[in-house]
Each structure stands twice: as structure tokens, then as C-alpha cells.
Design a protein around this ligand. Sequence first.
Ligand SMILES: *Cc1c(COP(=O)(O)O)cnc(C)c1O
Ligand code: SF4
Length: 521
Amino acid sequence: MAAVFDQYTIDLLNFLCKEDAQKNTGVPETLQQEVRQLLIKAEQSDLTTPIIALFSRLKNLRTREGWSAEVFNISREQLEELARRHQEIDEHMVSVGGRVGQALSIVSEANSRVEAYLKVKDIEAPSGIELWDEITENRQRIQEKLGMSEEDWNSFSGQIRHAVSSVDQLADLIDLPPEAATDIVRVTKNYRMRLTPYYTSLIMPGGVNDPIMLQSIPTGEMIDNAGVEIPPVAADHSPARLVDQFYPRVVTIKSTNMCAMYCTHCLRIAHIGKKDKMFSKQAYGEALDYIRNNTRIRDVLVTGGDAFVLPNSMLKWLLEQLDGIEHVRLKRLGTRVPVTVPMRIDDELLDILEQSNDRKPLRVVTQINTAREITPVSKEAFKQISKRVFAVLNQAVLLRGINDSEVKMWKLCETIQEAYVRPYYIFNCSYRNPQFVHFRVPVERGRDIVESMYGNIAGDAIPRYIATAGGKIPMHRSNVVGREGNELILKKPWNGEEVRYPDADPDLYGDDQFSFSRYKS
Ligand SMILES: *Cc1c(COP(=O)(O)O)cnc(C)c1O
Ligand code: SF4
């Protein structure tokens, strides 16, 4: 059979068989034997691996020492025969040149992009799963100090009843520098602090700027930061009671001002206020009427505060009301509860989610900012939720010291994906509130981080990068860097390489006779 080799294989054969000055000089006998063995295995086997092993070794010796195949008494004809056989065995007719000359080097170069990450990810950004032993120790200490029974710990009501809202309590449970304690007293006059015992157990002793502490314990900056607070979104974007609206077809209902834990970077800090409030059915009624009377609205986000802080009966009622509106086609529930108090996810709630999802698609939108927030318990909660709803999506906030490095963000996105949650958005921390300007990360940094993910982690683990300014503005850098005639010049975000990409043929596209429309009746 005539050998039909592709250019990759011709190039590889030429490379391996080309003679040069290094001929025959000082090849150790053991190496001669090793290569002979590889040749025998390649010739006797009906697998591709031994053939690839021989060619790889020869390529390596040719590159490093300049030794050609001839040096090992292997003729071009022998190599061609093996190359031919490789192509025959391989289901997709991949050539030896394509595999050894190209694919393996391409993979090896790609591998180098993730090497550093793989080395440090579990050290620089451990997840709550990797730290579970330490978290369990913390839990025992906290549970004992708070006098919580097992039942208290494992129930939502127990967690809320024992939630930590005073500095003294907090200082008793975690390492808290005295100055921090003084500051918290000062700050909590204006801003709420409430950590569930569970969330408190995620704090690692001795950590400075522990990502869990940063998110949940207010610091002096919150009142000392200079800056003017821009009025809350509702001030000029609330067309009806409880409703915020930026877009014609999507609205939010701020269904409660309560959260299980109050985040220091909360964009809704003005809504949260200083104490828990129950909203009346009358208030919900007016919000629902607005939606009912506006037939453009197809997607309703029930947020808060935190939607899962609402009692099951109230959530059930709200979802039934929304499902009953003809033009409302999908719903979302915004909640951080699976992260701050996963014990809330009880069977009754899961049934309510499933029933609503059966009527019309329901998504649960959460907020996870660090891999530390994924523990075996929160992962289980997300797994249960994900079985009952259409999608579980994450909206992270880009926060200094919490997730503003490639390692931390990659780890976050991979960890949540492994916990049944899909990265959806990553928000640049807003300029809106001076309370958290110290958490802000430059827009460009976020772009670098998000772009570093392309080609290195699964596509559906890469969030869209957003700045909120009266709506969500995508911050993606354009990868289209030029155009020549009908060809685009595209840049690969992961290595900057530019490739030419022929655009669709405009004449073909302009011709409306295609596919089925070509048929004349
Ligand atoms: C975030 C948000 C939405 C939803 O935006 P999507 O891009 O569809 O996720 C809608 N309305 C308001 C007021 C919002 O803040
Ligand atoms: S859970 Fe959401 S609404 Fe509640 S404090 Fe945190 S960021 Fe604010």
C-alpha cells in the first residue's frame, strides 16, 4: 500500500532521518539498547502507544543530542512502515506526525499554563471541603461555647436563635484583635452584624484578613471611608412597591430586608437597615399587581435581603402567585442561605421549589465569593437544590483579598461547579457605597482574571464580568483586534496568539435563498 503521509509526518520523518555532524558520536550502549527495545515493542504491538513512545524518544534524542534514527540503526523505511501502521490502527487516522510532532507538544505547552495553579491552589485557596477537619474543630468549640445542642446546630431556627451579633460573643468564639473589637462596637451602631454559628465556624483561627471574616465582620473603614453614598437603586428605579426595574422584561421583588448573615460588601446595605422587618401581604400584593399589569415582564427575581429567609409558606404563596401570571415565564430566587446557613434547605422547601419549577422554570441565584464557603454541608444543600430547579447560578463579587487573584478565582469557580453551582456573574464591587470602597478591585484586574480562565478551565465555569451602573454592563475585553478584507484577526485570550478567522461570506449571507427557502413550490 502506498504511503500517504501528511505534512506533519513528512516533517517528522525528515527531522528524525536527517544526518548531521553528531553522527555516531558517543551513544552509550544502554541507550542503544533502550531504543532497540522501543523499536521491537513498536513493531510487535498492535497498539499505538509503543509506536508513539519510539517516535517521541527519537524526537527527543534528535532535539537534545542531534542523533538521527540512523545512529540507532533504524532506517527511514522502518519508520515509514511504523507510521503507516499507526495511521491504520488509529480510529481517526491520526498520523504519527500529527500526534508526536504536533499534539503532544501543544498539550505540553498548554500544561505549562496551569502548572503553577495546580501547585498552589489548595494552599493559597483551600476550599471548605479541604479544610473540613479544621472547620469541624471550630464547630465543636463554637457549639459548646454557645451551648447549642446537635438539634440546634442542625436546624435553621437553632442557627438563627444562636446567631452572633455582639462583639463580646464574637470575641469569645474567634481570634479577634482587641482594636478590632473596639471598632466593631463603633461600626455596629450603624451597620448590622450577624453571623450564624455555622458561618462563624468557617473562620480559621489566626488568619489575618480571613476571607470569611472580611465578608461578615464590619470594620472601622465602613464608617471612616470618605465618599458620598449614592442613593439606593430603589430611589430612582422602583416603579412600584418592593419592585426594582432596570429592564423592560426582568424585574426584582425585594421580598424581605432580612438575611441570615449581613455582608460587609452588601450593595443593598441601605435596604437592609438596622432591624428585621416583616413585609405585609398587602405590600407583596401591590408588587404582584404591577407585574400582573405589565405584560412585558417575563422574568421575576425574588430577592431581598435573602429570599430563603422567608418562611416556606410565604415563599410557596409568592411562587404560586407568580406562576399564576400568564406572561411571567420564569422566576429566580436570590439567596445566600445555602452558604451562610445550609441547614435551612429542608424537604418542605425543596418540594416547594420543585413544584414551582414544574410549573415554570425556576432558578436559584446565590452568592459565593470564596472556595472556603463550599463545605460538604453547603455542597450537599446545593446538590439537593440543583435536583429540584432548572439551574443554580452564582453571582460573585470581585473583592480585594477574597478572590482578586487568578488562583483564588479559578479555585472559586471550579469549586462551586463541583458543588452543582454554575458561575454566572462576577461583579466589579460597586462605587455606589463608600462603606466598602476598601474592597474595590480595579476593573482591569478583573478583566485579566476572567480572561485568564479561557482555555484553562471548563467553559461553563467561567463567569461574565459585570459592572453595575443602572443595569449590568459586561466588561469583556474584545478579542477581535483587527480586520483585513473579510478576515477577522482574533486574539486568543490565554496566550495572546493572533489567528485569522474568515468571516461569513457576505454574498452568500446576503442571498436569502438557502436551505429550505431554495425549494421552489
Ligand atoms: C440584576 C438585576 C436584574 C437581572 O439581570 P440579569 O442580567 O438578567 O441577571 C434585573 N433587575 C434588577 C433590578 C437587577 O438588579
Ligand atoms: S446576602 Fe445579599 S442582601 Fe444579604 S447582606 Fe449579603 S449581599 Fe446583602
